[in-house]
Write a protein that binds this ligand. Sequence first.
Ligand code: ZN
Ligand code: FE
Length: 261
Amino acid sequence: MTLLPLPAFDDNYIWMLHDGHQALVVDPGDEEPVLQALQAQGLQLRAILVTHHHADHVGGVEALRAATGAAVYGPAGETMPEPLQRMSDGDTLDLLGLHFTVIDVPGHTAGHIAWYCGPREAAAHSGDQPLLFCGDTLFSGGCGRLFEGTPAQMLASLDRLAALPGATRVCCAHEYTLGNLRFARAVEPDNAALQAYSRHCEALRARQQPTLPSTIAIERDINPFLRSRQPAVVRAMQARAAAADEVSVFATLREWKNQFK
Ligand code: ZN
Ligand code: FE
């Protein structure tokens, strides 16, 4: 199975999985990059997976459905292009020999879902590392803005993603990594793993390469939004007037990022 980030707009990735014959895509905000990839590689589009209702994630759904007949799977709780197979927490889907499980991750939007693609059972592990398509919930070094959800919801959603196996490849919908890491260094100036990872990602971007997929293990080490209970992060947020409870610390972190230049 081949995993490809198709660049779209300024900084979106439309993730494609294909086996050389059949393909699926996640969050096609624009049909053009997908149609080009299908044609260039002689692929048939079987399915479209969507994480949330924003236009930069669904804008290409109708055109791709019309051009390919692909089935569309998306969040149960959001207004989406119809017809749609509506999916919610714990629902599973088998496509292209892969096994997907839906995780509800409210916060960026109220009905946001993530798609986790892991082995059907531990014994059947093929050697491929699991995949996570997390839309605008988890970014490398950051998280999505809280447009419709609360800090408590986003913290709980990120906790669920952080608990996935460390080797899980994290396929985010935007290339926001360098800006996120600059903020992360302001939060945790003494995090050595973060310094090293920043240099790695800067080198990738200097060669116009994606910094994604990341992994859950990397994000646990470098992403302040997965580290909001670390003593250094708690201290930094209390210096910015956060109360002692974890939701207040997380909310202060998210607020600071909103204003960070
Ligand atoms: Zn979004
Ligand atoms: Fe987006």
